[in-house]
Design a protein around this ligand. Structure first.
Ligand SMILES: [Zn+2]
Length: 371
């Protein structure tokens, strides 16, 4: 069993699933739908979904944000959100089902596309496209505040200038902003942490205060990590698997789930805090927080960092050694020990300069008395 990350599939993993499915389902005509867990359907209406897809031929597959999209010949599009444990595979219809298959789309050639989802968070919807290659409309779902996806970070027409303009319009912190699908499509916990580390930006930095240089570095970091991850077929994450097998990007991750290990850039320990309910990994030494953000960030940390024995302590302890909890101390910069050592050095410097000044004064007095 390869090393697997506790995480959800993000852009690279979903892109890999969409690409793997393409040769398997393109050209297939849908003959029927089976559903054993109605909430897997966004509409909750099996008859409506079936009426919308039966008789349609799948033209191809694509990805939008974290959705796998099956494009139909009538402009419709089946959208599949894998969430935590969703898997898609194509098998002969005669193959035995397992109890975790929530939905199966039967093709007229005797095969089925099965959606297996242990934890039942995955969702399948039926949307429509605004013309060929256009934006998806309709049943996409997501949080109740959903107002549409932000730009695709790997889209060639999206550049650093547009990225900074979007950042400047934001008041939140960098990490949750990057993960907001309305801000940027497809970025989740793993690649947000990696990109922020690469760009040397603290996850609790205010998004709207980034200077052009910072925003440019972050843009290049986001795009770089996602492009590399797509090339490597994504990371192996819990219960996720692509139809043609897992990716290898987890071997290239430098901070995600590496709390306590030395930062590859400076050697200080990687810290882990919880931001917006999500584990966040970073180096507080080379991802400094500007003074203006410290008070607000400290308040967020006090509210959100689970302490051993606290409300979340038991849950994280069960995750095993990979989830070794570090105290929030030092998350904003130096730890108390590091600060103490630095303070000592500063105190000695002051003492030495006072001593030197006293000597100078004494020497000056000596000179004036001699004249
Ligand atoms: Zn570092």
């Amino acid at each position: 069993m390869p090393y697997r990350l506790d995480a959800m599939p993000e852009l690279p993993e979903v892109e890999t699933v969409a690409r793997d499915l393409r040769p398997l389902v393109s050209g297939a005509t849908i003959a029927g739908v089976r559903c054993s867990w109605l909430r897997t359907l966004r509409s909750g209406d099996l008859d409506a979904f079936t009426a919308g897809v039966v008789g349609r031929t799948i033209r191809g597959t694509s990805r939008r944000a974290k959705l796998v999209v099956l494009d139909l010949d009538d402009g419709g599009a089946i959208t599949i959100h894998l969430k935590m444990t969703g898997q898609l595979f194509v098998v002969p219809a005669a193959d035995p089902d397992d109890p975790y298959v929530r939905l199966a789309i039967a093709f007229d050639d005797g095969r089925e596309l099965r959606f297996r989802d242990i934890r039942k968070f995955g969702r399948v919807g039926l949307a429509r496209r605004d013309g060929p290659g256009g934006e998806l409309r309709g049943e996409l779902g997501g949080p109740r505040t959903f107002r549409g996806f932000g730009p695709e970070p790997l889209d060639g027409s999206f550049g650093p200038r547009a990225f900074r303009a979007r950042l400047l319009a934001r008041r939140g912190r960098l990490k949750p902003t990057l993960m907001d699908q309305g801000f940027l499509a497809g970025v989740g916990n793993i690649y947000a942490d990696e990109a922020l580390w690469t760009a040397r930006l603290h996850p609790l930095r205010t998004a709207g205060t980034l200077r052009p240089g910072d925003a440019g570095r972050l843009f290049r970091a986001v795009r770089g990590i996602l492009a590399e991850a797509v090339e490597r077929r994504g990371s192996s994450v819990d219960d996720y698997t692509a139809p043609e097998g897992d990716g290898s990007m987890q071997e290239r991750l430098l901070v995600y789930q590496r709390a306590g290990q030395p930062c590859p850039r400076c050697g200080c320990p990687i810290r882990r805090i919880v931001v917006g309910g999500r584990a966040t990994h970073f180096c507080s030494w080379c991802q400094r927080l500007p003074a203006a953000d410290r008070a607000a960030a400290a308040a967020i940390l006090r509210a959100m960092t689970p302490r051993p024995g606290g409300a979340h302590g038991g849950a994280t302890a069960r995750r095993g050694p990979r989830w070794t909890e570090l105290e929030g101390d030092g998350a904003l910069g130096r730890t108390r020990d590091e600060a103490h050592a630095a303070g000592e050095r500063a105190r000695l410097r002051v003492e030495r300069s006072r001593h030197a000044a006293a000597i100078r004064r004494a020497a000056a007095r000596g000179r004036s008395e001699a004249t």
